[in-house]
Design a protein around this ligand. Structure first.
Ligand code: GUN
Ligand code: ZN
Length: 475
């Protein structure tokens, strides 16, 4: 497999030191953040289930002049402005009108150590891993580098409106320690796990079956359930694990049934052929994970594009979760995800960025590319279903819909505020929009981090950008 970048596209500037990374946007320091007892006023949108279309009004709540009362990190009340204000007349108000207020976005598959190598040229999966990914992940051996990248990672997520993600670390446990340390500092609900990989990777990126087990177990002990952290057991994919390591990952999964399992499945034809050659006795790719106890209701399977009929049966039977990663699938030329085909079998997929093979941190951009992938499949993604997907739908895939993903009272106050007129092209399009669905579709197709006016984590505003245009008045 080629290991050198193509001419004219050499690897990122190695002289850029981690400490030199600037914040993605104007992220507030903790002592600058507003108190959490406040009322957010704006146009509220929250989903109760996946809408079947615009007429499916029972599937969502939309309040034109709505308000959320947020206190101690949670949503205390939701209603019309008049109702919420009358019940809490003394509480300070942040007036976000005319913007939309939604639950913070949820990204169900992203690689934390790949943020430096997003947009690396010209390869499909296996060459891309060897040429760009593995050399970049080697650097996470250094805890200082991991800590600097964790700061940049969470700045990027927040500026794009994402408040929860499920991340792969590198093989180094210190990468996951840096990740959760930074997430805890920001009080963010985050899931992650160190990748387990004991073959087909360079020296320095390999653990062993035993070490992968021991290190993962120690990380679970340190982080799982601590504050808002959750550990996701992460055998990277069958190609980089021996059967002994998959066995160890399965043992860990059995010991910790509430830890999600995350891995990759059937992303690319060359990957599938190499995997089948390594496991000739398995019925198919998914069968390898099944025989090691890794496929269950809280298993997240990135990509799941080129599936055999038996694999689809098994996904349906076990309730496992394929994860659609549209920008990545287009970027690496991997293939077209069959969303409708899987849903017809009762399978509920997640949707995710998969940065660094994915090309944007924005869940809006992810929906836009998802729409186009499904067009090529002859399938329709309605904007109401799309916005449900990146909020409540992904939270449900993670088994967290009672805590995040909606604006329901009692849930955690992770909230995004969207400006549908953030750019001249969006403003022009919105001047002709006649429905909420049209507005959402314009946001999805044209929007990105520029449309994120504010984001709240556990009730605290994170971005400095809109302070000037928001009245913090006790109206
Ligand atoms: N399969 C195994 N590792 C990876 C990865 O880092 N990115 C993608 N897209 N696929 C993978
Ligand atoms: Zn991935």
């Amino acid at each position: 497999m080629p290991t050198r970048p193509p001419p004219g596209c050499s690897r990122a500037n190695d002289t850029l030191r981690a400490g030199a990374v600037a914040p993605a946007r104007d992220i507030l320091a903790r002592d600058e953040m507003t108190p959490t007892d406040q009322i957010l006023r704006g146009r509220l949108l929250s989903f109760a289930r996946r809408p079947e279309g615009p007429e499916d009004r029972d599937a969502y709540t939309y309040l034109e002049d709505g308000a959320l009362h947020v206190a101690n990190g949670r949503i205390v009340a939701r209603g019309t402005w008049d109702e919420v204000r009358a019940a809490a007349p003394e509480v300070p108000v942040v007036d976000h009108r005319p913007h939309l207020i939604l639950p913070g976005f949820v990204d169900t598959h992203i690689h934390f150590p790949q943020i430096e190598m997003i947009a690396s040229w010209g390869a499909q999966l296996l060459d891309w891993l060897n040429t760009y990914t593995f050399p970049t992940e080697l650097r996470f051996d250094d805890p200082d580098h991991a800590a600097a990248m964790a700061r940049a990672f969470f700045d990027l997520l927040l500026s794009h409106g994402t408040t929860t993600a499920v991340a792969f670390g590198s093989v180094h446990p210190q990468s996951v320690d840096a990740f959760f340390t930074e997430a805890a500092r920001r009080d963010m609900r985050m899931l992650a796990g160190k990748v387990m990989m004991d073959r087909n990777a360079p020296e320095g990126l390999r653990d062993t079956a035993q070490r992968g087990y021991d290190e993962s177990r120690a990380l679970i002990g340190r982080w799982h359930g601590r504050g808002r952290a959750g550990y996701a057991i992460a055998p990277r994919f069958a190609l980089t694990s021996t059967p002994a390591q998959l066995q160890a990952a399965g043992a860990l999964a059995a010991e910790f049934p509430d830890c999600p399992v995350q891995t990759h499945l059937s992303e690319n034809p060359a990957e599938i052929a190499a995997t089948r050659a390594l496991f000739p006795d398995a019925p198919d790719y998914l069968g390898i994970y099944e025989s090691h106890g890794l496929v269950r209701g809280n298993t997240l399977l990135g990509h799941a594009i080129h599936l055999e009929p038996r694999e689809i049966d098994a996904l349906a039977e076990r309730g496992a979760r394929p994860v659609f990663c549209p920008t990545s699938n287009l970027f690496l030329g991997s293939g077209l995800f069959d969303d409708a085909g899987l849903r017809a079998r009762g399978i509920v997929p997640g949707i995710a960025t998969d940065v660094g093979a994915g090309t944007s941190y924005s869940m809006l951009a992810t929906l836009s590319e998802g729409y186009k992938v499904l067009q090529l499949r002859g399938q329709k993604l309605h904007p109401l279903a799309a916005f449900d997907w990146i909020t409540r739908g992904n939270a449900e895939v993670l088994g967290l819909a009672d805590r995040i993903g909606t604006l329901d009272p009692g849930t955690e106050a992770d909230v995004v505020v969207l400006d549908s007129r953030a750019t001249p092209d969006m403003a022009l399009r919105l001047s002709r929009a006649e429905s909420l669905s049209e507005e959402l579709f314009a946001l999805q197709v044209l929007g990105d981090d520029r449309a994120v006016a504010q984001v709240y984590v556990a009730g605290r505003a994170q971005l400095g950008r809109d302070r000037a245009d928001v009245a913090h008045a006790a109206a």
